[in-house]
Each structure stands twice: as structure tokens, then as C-alpha cells.
Design a protein around this ligand. Structure first.
Ligand code: SF4
Ligand code: SF4
Length: 172
């Protein structure tokens, strides 16, 4: 089944998505308990990546002359909202009056103001080719660990989303 599509600037679709998830997660069903447990495994996988990202990718991004943090990248898709809700994060406000391709509203001089678990998934997995090339060239062993952990995160996140889809079909 298809999940709602969220587009930067569409406040109504974003609000409807949050309302829907608030209603679904209000249930005391064992499905929700299981969803929350799956969300925790995703959270742990993200936190497991944190040290490697801090050590190897952030220093490269910090020196990047162009940067790639724009408002539309920070904006979550529905799958991100499922994850945020499953670990009990409060809804984050996004100022969608800002230009879609303008510098991200969460970017500060010292980097991203959001915790890794508060960021959209694309913020966690996206790295440009140049960064990946430098990372692999300078730290081959850690690069392989990074790849393995990223794959594990993707599998866990898919597990969460697929479980949600199963439950959501029943909810509808
Ligand atoms: S991912 Fe690449 S383009 Fe984006 S900030 Fe990092 S180095 Fe720059
Ligand atoms: S949320 Fe953070 S990592 Fe994502 S685009 Fe904005 S500043 Fe960059």
C-alpha cells in the first residue's frame, strides 16, 4: 500500500499526516507496541552510526565550499514521521515559508542543530560522491564499517515501515 506523499510547502498534507499518526499511535494495540520496539532498533542503529559520522564525514562537510543542506532536504517524508512517532519525539516545526532550495533553517555555524535522530533519513544517508571518495581513500577500514552500519540501518528502517504498512492497512 502507498503511504501519503509529503511535499515541502504543502502545510495541509503535513498537518494531516501528523494527525493521522497521532490517531494511530493513540491505540493500545500490540501492533503499536511492536512498532515502537522496531523504532527503537532504528534509533539504536542511527546512534551506532553517530561516532563514525562525527569523526569522518562531518569534518569533510565542514570544509565544503558549497554545502548541500537546504530546506527541502531537512523536510521529512511520511516514513520519517513514522520513525519520529515510534520513538516518541515531539513534532518538529518546519518554517515552509523559507525557500525550498535555500540554506537549511537548521544549519548553524557549528553544523546541524538537530540531533541525528531528529533529522530526515535523507540527511543521514546522503553524501556526495566527492565525500565518499575522500572517506574511502583516507579511511578504508572505517569506510567499510560505515557501509555495513548504513545497510543495517536501511534494513531496520524498512522493517519499521513495512510493519507500519501492514498495520495501517488494518487501520483503514
Ligand atoms: S555531502 Fe558533499 S556537498 Fe554536501 S556538505 Fe558534505 S561535502 Fe559538501
Ligand atoms: S536538517 Fe541538518 S543535516 Fe539536514 S539539511 Fe538541515 S542542516 Fe543539513
Amino acid at each position: 500500500m502507498d503511504l501519503p506523499e509529503l511535499v515541502y510547502g504543502d502545510e495541509k498534507a503535513f498537518k494531516d499526516a501528523r494527525t493521522l499518526l497521532d490517531e494511530i499511535f493513540c491505540s493500545t494495540s500490540p501492533y503499536i507496541k511492536q512498532l515502537c520496539q522496531l523504532g527503537e532498533t532504528v534509533k539504536q542503529a542511527i546512534q551506532g552510526l553517530e561516532p563514525i559520522l562525527s569523526q569522518f564525514t562531518e569534518p569533510i562537510c565542514a570544509e565544503c565550499p558549497t554545502g548541500c543542506c537546504v530546506n527541502s532536504h531537512a523536510f521529512p517524508d511520511f516514513e520519517d514521521l513514522i520513525f519520529f512517532k515510534s520513538i516518541g519525539l515531539p513534532w518538529q516545526y518546519y518554517d515552509m515559508t523559507r525557500p525550498e532550495h535555500g540554506t537549511c533553517q537548521f544549519l548553524s555555524h557549528s553544523g546541524c542543530k538537530l540531533l541525528r535522530i531528529q533529522r530526515s533519513y535523507r540527511c543521514t544517508w546522503y553524501f556526495c560522491d566527492s565525500l565518499l571518495f575522500k572517506f574511502e581513500k583516507n579511511n578504508r577500514r572505517d569506510f567499510h564499517i560505515f557501509n555495513a552500519k548504513s545497510s543495517s540501518l536501511a534494513i531496520k528502517r524498512n522493517g519499521l515501515v513495512n510493519y507500519f504498512k501492514h498495520y495501517f492497512a488494518k487501520f483503514k
